[in-house]
Design a protein around this ligand. Structure first.
Ligand code: MCN
Length: 784
């Protein structure tokens, strides 16, 4: 029987998505539904004076208006849930509605609830707020300098934390190094841009004291917990449902004030309350990503050995510490400074900085693309300095494949890897040698072709829970599943994680169907409702398959074990004499004596003839807490043609060789890589969130914020190597972020390679034509 694991069957979630029959939060309609809208500060930094609600209250349909003073004693502030230890983290209170000061443009000062959305919108315009504008600070490096505007009285110099990571002796390595290179790197702010903006519908039953929140969530159980904290009601009285979620990319992990306030209003008014963000609100107030200013140094020998890496990073946090904000530029960033290499001496210092921008949190890759970018850029700059092919430098420094598990200087232990294999495969697909020859020929003809190579690693599959606790994450990082077999033999699998586009309704069904010898149609995956699903910690950090998928596998194996015992009993055979063949338990040597899964399901559920002591029913639950993270890797290679007259970058080929262990569904894996690479192309070439000096977001619409269009994306050539992980029963690693980790670096490496004869070693992304052209002009000026 062909196994489903490894087969690229079509995604089962797609028919409802592409026929418009899926239910998103904004589709939820309840009797008596009313609508919320927020009064948001036009200033990035201002004192809030009197708020005049008179006219708004008189406006048709208005039911209630709440200000910061109305809620501050009745709700807890928005929690930060990642209290990274040993870095003197300062987390000032994040009020649900600003009381006396706003700290970024869009910070809400009041919430209006009205009978219709239009009435709420009209009333928002009638709220009069006295603002006393203050100077703003938006650049994370400048915000730490004397004279910069101060956001929080209790955070001098806007310095939220200073976190260090160290291994070996970087100072000694640099002091004695033959070669040193350094680069200031800016990793721009990005806007996650999920297709569906955030939305919430809150409904409160006064009789039962039960609150139900439909919300755009990547992690309903976390939202249930954080909601109960903010509302100060017991967790079991809160039910969180994530219906269809139109993409998250990290932006639907955090707890935001808006959704909690909908709950508050529903409890106050006794009517269900809906709020749906519009796109400009989404760009202004939903979390942003990246925002680093980095000073990076790398040292080594003339023959290409890297001996040390040092970083000094300013990481913007925005106006408040978001739910996972402090953990992203520290734990998820600094711990992977070694990349794919045996860098023996590492010292990194990351300063988290409050600025007058929207809070910064997880955006696809979250900390790891920033790490891969700085390492992979510096490797290229080092190669240029010593006159060696960047591919050769990578080879000379890779962690050898027989050295895993391998503990890098930052202290984390990589589970498994074979970096050279991925590199060889990617270079083979391109025919690297032939491209270099073509490049040289083109250069003579005045064309600037370039090739970028990136060998990335990432840390994902987040658990284990013990480590989560040790690094200050305010939750566990295990996951769970219940596999329930109905009397008819159909299977439902209830999972703790909450996929929202990644495809686990298909891949997890493949795991279970394989275990039971079933067609995939017999298995249904249920997720996204805290009332029906077991405790889980969400879908992010490319953890769902490695962690929750392992819980699914474990629960399915438990069910099958019970079925085997029952089969032995019914066949009057010894369990040891049974074999699992062609989807049946058979008595070895007597194939006519066999029981298939569907029949065993019926017998277990009717319980007419159970073995002594066996409980009726056929279901099992499992919690899986991994023993380590997983470390996927890969090599991406791209070739570009840079028009030096206009600065326009044309991608010629993009080759992605990724290793996420054995792919459950290769088509879905490729789809994930495609999506990730496209986001990396956006980051590398055109996306940037720009604030002016007063903290106004200048890229607040999709006309200004340049998400790549289909026509700007080349055909992405994917391939894989397969290196199983030893830390979970499936051997899998994450792939949901893989495409994003190295792709921006790959593009910038390619463009800098194309412009090497101008002496250009680095241009800060995004490499818009204007930036590339300006860099060429500067280089020409310097040479003249
Ligand atoms: N997979 C597989 N074989 C493997 C590994 C994974 O078939 N060896 C499959 C999985 O079963 C799943 C998909 O690949 O169908 C991605 O799985 P995984 O790597 O476990 O990642 P998660 O499901 O945890 O997804 C999170 C990840 C993150 S962190 C971001 S951000 C992101 C991403 O997924 N956001 C997305 N991909 C996204 N895709 C969509 N459509 N929408 C988002 O918001």
């Amino acid at each position: 029987m062909a196994t489903l694991f490894g087969s690229g069957i079509k995604r089962r979630e797609d028919p409802r998505l592409i026929t418009g029959s899926a239910t998103y939060t904004d589709d939820v309609k309840l009797p008596g539904l009313v609508y919320a809208m927020f009064v948001r500060s036009p200033y990035a930094h201002a004192r809030v004076g009197a708020i005049n609600l008179e006219a708004a209250r008189q406006s048709p349909g208005v039911l209630a208006i709440y200000t910061g003073r109305d809620v501050k004693d009745r709700m807890a502030p928005v929690p930060c849930a990642w209290n990274v230890p040993n870095c003197d983290l300062k987390v000032p209170p994040h009020p649900l509605l600003a009381v006396d000061r706003v700290r970024y443009a869009g910070d809400a000062v009041a919430m209006v609830v009205a009978e219709t959305r239009a009435q709420a919108r009209d009333a928002v315009d009638l709220v009069e707020v006295d603002y006393d504008p203050l100077p703003a600070t938006v650049d994370p490096e400048k915000a730490t300098q004397p004279g910069a505007a101060q956001l929080h009285d209790e955070v001098p110099g806007n310095l939220a934390f200073t976190w260090t990571v160290s291994g070996g002796d970087a100072e000694a390595a640099f002091a004695s190094a033959e070669v040193k290179v350094s680069q200031r790197i800016v990793q721009q702010r990005l806007l996650p841009t999920a297709m569906e903006p955030r939305a919430a519908v809150a409904s409160y039953n006064r009789g039962s004291g039960q609150l139900t929140l439909w919300v755009t969530s990547q992690n309903p159980h976390i939202h249930r917990f954080l909601c109960s904290v903010m509302l100060q009601i017991p967790e079991h009285r809160v039910r969180v449902i994530a219906p269809e979620v139109g993409g998250g990319f990290g932006s639907k992990i955090p707890a935001y004030p808006d959704e909690a306030l909908c709950c508050f209003a529903a409890m106050q008014l006794g009517r269900p309350v809906k709020w749906t963000e519009d796109r400009s609100e989404n760009y202004k107030v939903t979390i942003h990503g990246r925002d680093h200013v980095e000073y990076v140094e790398l040292c080594g020998t003339r023959d290409g050995r890297i001996t040390g890496l040092r970083t000094r990073v300013y990481a913007g946090l925005g106006g408040y510490a978001s739910t996972a904000g402090p953990g992203i530029p520290t734990i998820l960033h600094g711990l992977v400074y070694s990349g794919a290499y045996t860098i023996p001496n590492i010292h990194g210092v990351v300063r988290g900085v409050y600025t007058n921008g929207a809070p910064v949190d997880a955006y696809r890759g979250a900390g790891r693309p920033e790490a891969a970018y700085l390492v992979e850029r510096l490797v290229d700059i080092f190669a240029r300095q010593i006159g060696m092919d960047p591919v050769e430098v990578r080879r000379r420094n890779f962690i050898p494949k027989d050295k895993f598990p391998y503990t890098v200087a930052t202290g984390v232990t990589y589970d498994s890897g074979n970096y050279e294999a991925a590199l060889d495969k990617a270079l083979g697909i391109l025919d690297y040698k032939a491209f270099r020859a073509e490049q040289a020929k083109a250069r003579k003809a005045g064309r600037h072709l370039g090739v970028g190579v990136v060998s990335y690693i990432e840390i994902c599959g987040l658990g284990p829970s013990q480590v989560a606790g040790a690094v200050g994450f305010g939750g566990g990082l295990y996951d769970s599943a219940i596999v329930r077999v109905y009397p008819t033999g159909m299977v439902r699998v209830y999972i703790g994680a909450s996929p929202h586009g990644q495809g686990e309704e298909t891949t997890f069904a493949q795991i279970v169907a394989d275990e039971f010898g079933y067609p995939v149609e017999n298995v249904e995956i249920i997720h996204g409702d805290t009332e029906t699903t077991p405790q889980g910690w969400g879908t992010y950090g490319s953890r769902t398959t490695a962690v929750c998928g392992s819980a699914v596998k474990t629960a399915a194996v438990k069910v099958k074990e019970k079925a085997r015992k029952l089969a032995a009993h019914l066949l009057e055979a010894n369990e040891a004499d049974l074999e699992w063949k062609d989807g049946k338990f058979m008595v070895r040597g007597s194939p006519e004596k066999a029981k298939g899964f569907a029949e065993l399901a019926l017998m277990a559920n009717v319980a007419w003839n159970m073995p002594p002591g066996m409980e009726p029913g056929l279901e099992a639950s499992a919690f899986f807490d991994p023993s380590n993270f997983v470390y996927p890797f890969g090599t991406h290679v791209c070739t570009v043609d840079v028009d030096v007259e206009t600065g326009q970058v044309k991608i010629l080929r993009y080759i992605a060789v990724d290793d996420c262990g054995p792919p459950i569904n290769p088509m879905i894996v490729d789809g994930q890589v495609h999506g990730g690479v496209v986001q990396g192309i956006g980051e590398g070439l055109q996306e940037i969130a720009v604030y002016d000096d007063e903290g106004q977001l200048l890229t607040g619409t999709m006309m200004d914020y340049a998400v790549p269009k289909a026509s700007q994306v080349p055909s992405i050539e994917t391939a894989h190597t397969i290196t199983p992980s030893p830390v979970n029963p499936l051997g899998v690693k994450g792939v949901g972020e893989a495409g994003t980790i190295g792709s921006a670096a790959c593009l910038v490496n390619a463009v800098c390679d194309a412009l090497s004869d101008y002496g250009i070693v680095h241009i800060d992304k995004p490499l818009t034509p204007a930036r590339v052209w300006a860099a060429i002009q500067r280089a020409k000026g310097a040479a003249a």
